[in-house]
Design a protein. Structure first.
Length: 198
């Protein structure tokens, strides 16, 4: 269930994020899923307290959150072929249908846990719907897009930009960080409230 008034300010990076009950490394909790939209509610140094759409809250390394624009991009004019949100909605519906069918088979004993994991491997779906506004994960492009129903606009990517040849990410100092920019490569995240930045 989505908390009324929830509006994402950030997205969890593509590799997910460890999380803690408090800004204390000795109090770990469940990690956050990759590409999960969150609201950054509080900052304490590098720590950031995030709130999820269901109201659950946790502390994370705030430097690793991917900031998204506070206001959706303005949309207008007729939809061009590439701007039509319907193909992305069809992809999302297929992923949800496939996952639901696998859950049904697991619940009815036609699949065991290993077969369920194998059958759902590679399925990805991300969607936040708020009235006419929707943030939808485009699995083909590896990015979140915003749509008002008439066109889609890029909103946030889930990995660092690639070099011109497309083979390597821009950041290459350590294999574990190759798919995300180093902290110095992007501005620090900020708490955003309805009244403005804090």
């Amino acid at each position: 269930m989505t908390t009324p008034g929830f509006r994402p300010t950030h997205v969890v990076p593509g590799e997910g994020l460890p999380a803690w009950d408090a800004p204390d490394p000795d109090r770990p909790t469940a990690p956050l899923d990759p590409l999960l939209p969150v609201q950054l509610a509080e900052r304490r140094g590098d720590w950031g307290r995030v709130v999820c759409a269901n109201g659950w809250s946790a502390w994370v390394d705030g430097r690793r959150l991917v900031a998204v624009p506070q206001d959706p991009p303005a949309a207008g004019g007729p939809a061009a072929t590439d701007d039509d949100p319907r193909p992305l909605l069809a992809d999302a519906a297929r992923a949800l249908t496939d996952y639901r069918a696998a859950v049904d088979d697991l619940a009815e004993g036609r699949l065991d846990g290993e077969a369920f994991r194998a059958r759902t491997r590679g399925l990805r779906l991300g969607l936040v719907l708020d009235g006419a506004s929707m943030w939808l994960y485009d699995t083909r492009q590896g990015m979140w897009v915003y749509t008002d129903g008439t066109r889609t606009t890029p909103y946030a990517a889930d990995r660092a930009p690639r070099a011109a040849d497309g083979d390597h990410p821009v950041t290459q100092d350590h294999p574990a960080t190759q798919d995300r920019p180093a902290a110095a490569d992007h501005p620090a995240t900020r708490v955003v409230t309805p009244e403005g930045e804090v």
